[in-house]
Design a protein around this ligand. Sequence first.
Ligand code: IPE
Ligand code: IPE
Ligand code: MG
Length: 237
Amino acid sequence: MIMDGNGRWAKKRFMPRVMGHKRGLETVRAMVKACIERKIEYLTLFAFSSENWRRPEEEVTFLMQLFMLALENEVSKLHQNGVKLKIIGDLSRFDAKLVDMVRRSEALTASNDKLTLTIAANYGGRWDIMQAVQSMLKDHPDLAAGFNESDLQPYLSMPNAPEPDLFIRTGGEQRISNFLLWQLAYTELYFTDVLWPDFDGKELDRAILSYQHRERRFGRTSEQLRGSEQLKPPDHA
Ligand code: IPE
Ligand code: IPE
Ligand code: MG
């Protein structure tokens, strides 16, 4: 999910943009609960893009503090609810204290399996592919001569997650904004004008219903699909 529209939500209410982010955190809580109730096993949220550093300094600082506060306050509750927490993105630009908190939260929840909640922070899809190539070549210099998708896969940010079935972007914009570029190759896209602070379980069901009416062909023809069971993405290896 790309959680977009916080600023506009606040502006409509004559409030500072950051109040929209604060209210947006409540939608995050609601979505975690909604996914668990619906037995959705993976939820990946775009919280801060590598481009969001371009925002006014006080907004960036507020977002970092909110992130830290959320980790502090929510992790034990997430743990109790069987949520495995993962943070993806380039953490090298973050405060050491925040990185430490991230690592401890991941370690605490590592063996949970009800819902894998991945938060993308200082994440960019291009960065993900680049860092994967670099780490792969560091481990296997011989692959510089040539490699395939299955060589690269383990080095991408979510190596153990299935490819996403459904992408949701709130806030009305119809773009990917450098989110999971590699992983979204065959994902169904859903865009809604609802602003993130207003997104709720009912809106999630609307998105899921739309998904259920899609025909995922993965390159095949409609006729080939008829009568056969749900097909998986093709293996490019
Ligand atoms: C998304 O809401 C939250 C982040 C990018 C952190 P925005 O802050 O982009 O809200 P709009 O798009 O300005 O309404
Ligand atoms: C995308 O939202 C990133 C996050 C939701 C974290 P933006 O609001 O920053 O996206 P653009 O720049 O308008 O595409
Ligand atoms: Mg936005």
